[in-house]
Design a protein around this ligand. Structure first.
Ligand code: PLP
Length: 449
């Protein structure tokens, strides 16, 4: 008879009383495969922890988002938000699908150019574009979204120097009924700054006003807010036509649609609107605003999170189990907040990666950092896990692989599963040589006493 696996004894608190109608969030259905590739095989080939991305899921998400908008509106263009995930392989998947690039720094701008995106299909956002970067963007005929008056004047100056005209939009911030307002980016609608900026641009012989842009926030749970934003941008577009004799070619609604992740404390009870719901509100608002036939603006979306979050997984392993001083269980993993920045906002779903015990226990899940902030989940109900067992963390595709910190530990491999189920490393794990490449030890410190 086969020897049964040892299962350590555990204590479970019995709760008396009525059952909670919403139930707890039990996460013990094992996830042994991702896109038909065995989790164990990925870990044995690429190590633990390791990020995994599904190309199939990214393409699927992109195509269904495009469908949601283009079935409702005749002129739609997506621009991949580089900051959400700027690994070149990832960007190229979205560019292959037809996406332009949306960038917020010179670094991202140059990355998009190197990824083969034509300059005219790069949207340059963000509050910090220096003179050289602006010059490069003008020379490449990119769409420059002006953030503040200082940038407007700098850009005008650059255009004079190189005797070229820049294609520009302004970023507009506004009250959409969602608070706190994101009013630190762009020009405010209500206080008239947006209109002042548009007047200045219309008067300039060096700036060509082509669009209007808003990005009202991220992980937005209200589709109605997009209706408000769209109507305020339409209002500006109409005024540009009637008072400044300028036709607005595009309205860029930014990103911000939520992924199906679980915000901390929401326990899965908050319903996130679908892309279809956002599409319905935005397109209905623009279509019914009264643009003349032939003057309907192109609708641009800069979605990030919603297109990639659920395509990303983090595979990791258990290092140890502990009992805390107050009696709670703790499980220590080999990945922490250093590579999972979004664990500050989300209760990420975590599944065991192997057949698991039928018993579950509540535990605090910690990362490996020698630092108190390293809490991956404050309370997770998982089957009994032992050292060496693996887990799969879900929906980590957005922002983690750009916001990750090189703190205490080095960053792990990123693996892409292509649409044929083949695996590819798309970013190698860091090593000490790479880490020290930019360090310089002054002469007087280079010899040991
Ligand atoms: C200007 C701009 N566009 C697009 C995005 C992408 O947003 P999300 O990932 O929420 O769709 C961001 C992110 O905050 C942004 O700042």
């Amino acid at each position: 008879m086969e020897k049964l696996k040892y299962e350590r004894p555990f204590l479970k608190k019995m709760s008396a009383g009525m059952m909670d109608k919403s139930g707890g969030q039990n996460e013990f259905t094992p996830v042994t495969h991702i896109d038909a590739v065995a989790v164990k095989q990925i870990i044995s080939e690429y190590g633990s922890p390791v990020f995994v991305l599904s190309e199939q899921r990214m393409r699927h998400n992109y195509q269904s988002a495009v469908r949601a908008f283009s079935t409702r509106y005749p002129k739609v263009q997506f621009a991949w938000s580089y900051k959400t995930h700027y690994n070149n392989a990832v960007c190229k998947i979205f560019h292959q699908e037809g996406s332009w690039a949306e960038v917020v720094s010179g670094f991202e701008y140059k990355k998009a150019l190197r990824n083969g995106v034509p300059g005219s299909q790069i949207i340059f956002n963000g509050p910090d574009k220096n003179a050289d970067e602006l010059k490069l963007a003008v020379e490449n005929d990119s769409l420059i979204h002006i953030d503040h008056f200082e940038e407007l004047y700098l850009l005008t100056d650059i255009c004079r120097q190189i005797n070229k005209k820049a294609r520009v939009a302004i970023r507009v911030n506004m009250d959409t009924g969602i608070y706190p307002m994101w009013d630190r980016f762009g020009f405010n609608y209500e206080n008239g700054q947006a209109w002042q900026a548009l007047n200045k641009i219309a008067e300039s012989d060096k700036l060509q006003l082509v669009g209007l842009h808003a990005h009202i926030g991220t992980y937005m749970l209200s589709s109605a807010a997009y209706g408000v934003a769209a109507s305020k941008l339409c209002d500006l577009a109409m005024n540009c036509k009637s008072q400044l004799n300028t036709t607005i070619r595009y309205i860029d609604m930014g990103g911000g649609f939520p992924s199906a992740n679980t915000l901390k404390g929401a326990m899965g009870l908050v319903q996130t609107p679908t892309v279809d719901e956002f599409a319905e509100v935005i397109t209905t608002t623009i279509l019914s605003y009264g643009f003349k036939t032939g003057e309907l603006p192109l609708l641009i979306l800069e979605s990030g999170r919603v297109l990639i979050d659920d395509a990303g997984y983090l595979l990791g392993s258990v290092l140890a189990n502990k009992k805390l001083s107050d009696g709670r269980k703790a499980v220590i993993m080999d990945f922490g907040v250093n590579i999972m920045f979004t664990s500050f906002w989300y209760d990420h779903k975590i599944s065991p990666a192997q057949e698991a015990s039928q018993f579950n226990e509540e535990a605090v899940m910690y990362g490996p950092l020698c630092m108190n902030i390293d809490v991956v989940r404050e309370n997770v109900s998982l089957p009994l896990l032992n050292r060496g067992d693996h887990v799969v963390v879900h929906k980590v595709g957005a922002y983690n692989m750009t916001q990750w910190m090189q703190f205490i530990a080095m960053r792990p491999n990123i693996v892409l599963i292509d649409t044929n189920g083949r695996t590819h490393i798309i970013r190698k794990a860091e090593n000490p040589e790479y880490m020290e490449q930019l360090e310089i030890v002054p002469e007087h410190l280079s010899t040991q006493k």
